[in-house]
Structure formats: structure tokens, C-alpha cells
Ligand binder design. Sequence first.
Ligand SMILES: Nc1ncnc2c1ncn2[C@@H]1O[C@H](COP(=O)(O)OP(=O)(O)OP(=O)(O)O)[C@@H](O)[C@H]1O
Ligand SMILES: [Mg+2]
Length: 243
Amino acid sequence: MSISLSIENLEVVYGKARSVNGISLSVETGQIIAIIGPVGAGKSTVFDAVFGLNESTGKIEFEGQDLRKIPPQKIVELGVAYAPERGNLFTQMNVHDNLLTGAYRARKDIKKNLELVYDLFPILKDRKTQETATQSGGERQMLSLGRALMSSPRLLLVDEPTIGLSPKVCLSIAEALGKLNKQHGLTILIAEQNANFALSLAEYIYLLEIGRITRHGTSAELLKEDVIRKSYFGNSNESGDKA
Ligand SMILES: Nc1ncnc2c1ncn2[C@@H]1O[C@H](COP(=O)(O)OP(=O)(O)OP(=O)(O)O)[C@@H](O)[C@H]1O
Ligand SMILES: [Mg+2]
């Protein structure tokens, strides 16, 4: 089994505050892994560190290569894509042009990748020429994922893909991520407050609280712990059944 992403002893300090306090985690090629944790736990800070968007210390490697000294555009070229929290899209552009902004490092794959994105999210194909400012939250989330896929990544970082979305749209996003993993072999690291969503997709989960990983295990292992079930899965009964 080869390692896709390896993070060791990562620390990020903003001013006097230690937002990420020495975390380690690894993602094997072909896995879906989730980092779950509450508001302000440090999830986005970890993702930003992978892309060199903040100052951090510790080890960050992708497929054995040190990412610490590589600029974000080069990291995309190496095969890592980032769908950031709330999409961060160009709202004055239409859907199609937003997708193309993700393709500048993988021009030869544009046709294939557009087909993949429009096949995963047919609603984007129907709304190709719509200005992103007028899109729904769910459509924007799909577009954000789509744009990340336009760089032909082998590892996708997805930050809170379900934030503010209805259960039905969450399900479409989960299906798309599942398909990308199973049918296209994409390795995926998800950050989520929505623990049930993470549980439905990820084979291994890290719980991040106030900058530290306080628990990690398979979904089944974490569900066995009453305190975790109560706090994160909205369910405190002994059987672990979903309410
Ligand atoms: N650029 C920054 N400058 C100062 N503090 C920051 C900065 N970015 C994040 N923080 C702080 O770091 C901590 C972790 O923030 P982060 O955005 O990583 O949390 P999160 O787990 O992604 O939360 P959420 O689920 O709300 O998105 C928070 O206390 C936040 O206020
Ligand atoms: Mg965040």
C-alpha cells in the first residue's frame, strides 16, 4: 500500500495562537479519509498548510515528495487539488469559464475532464452559461469540486463540502465523491463538521479538536465510543443505530 499524503507533527501558529498543534496523519493511495471537528478546530488551517498558504512547521509529503518548498501552482501540477471551504469561485464568470480556471495546469485533459465533471453533475452542464453569482449553494459546491477535478488530481482535498446544503444535495455530493474514489481511483481527504456525512464516505476518521487530533480510528471504532457518538453523530443510544 503506498502513501499518498503524509503529515507529521504539523504546527501552525497565527500570532500568539497555536491553531494546529503538532498533528500527524496519513492517507493511503485509494482511500477516502476524513478529518472531523467543530468550528475553529483547525481543519482549514491543515489544508492551507498542505498548499503552503500559511506558515507551518513539520513534515508534509505527497507520494514521498516534500511539499514544503513547492509553490501552490506546482503542487497542483504534482497532482494535488484543493476544493476550499465555500468554493472560492469567480462569481462574475459563468459555470464553464469557472471550470476552465481549474484547467490551466492540465490543458491536454480539458475535454476529458469537462466530460467527467458534466457527467458527475449534469446540473452544471444544463447551466454552463449561467453566471456563478446566481447559482444555488449546492450548484456552487458542485462547481467547486468540478473546478478542482479539472487539474487531473490524484489526491483531492475537500473542505466542508456539505456546509449549508440540504440532505438531498449532501447525498448527491457524497455519491459524486464515492464514484470518483471507486470508479476513478481518486484519493480523497475531506474536512467536515458533518460527522454523519464523513462517516458515510470515509474508511478512517481523525477527530480534530482545538488543533489536536484527539481520536482516530475506523468509523466503526469511533461509533463505539459513547462520548464521540453523543458529540459528533447526534446519537447517544447504545446500539449505534442512526436516529
Ligand atoms: N489567517 C488567520 N489569522 C489568525 N487566526 C486564524 C487565521 N486562520 C484561522 N485562524 C484561527 O485558527 C483557528 C482554526 O481555524 P480554521 O479555519 O482552521 O478552523 P476550521 O476547523 O476550519 O473551522 P470551520 O469548521 O469553522 O471552518 C481558529 O481559531 C481561527 O480563528
Ligand atoms: Mg474551515
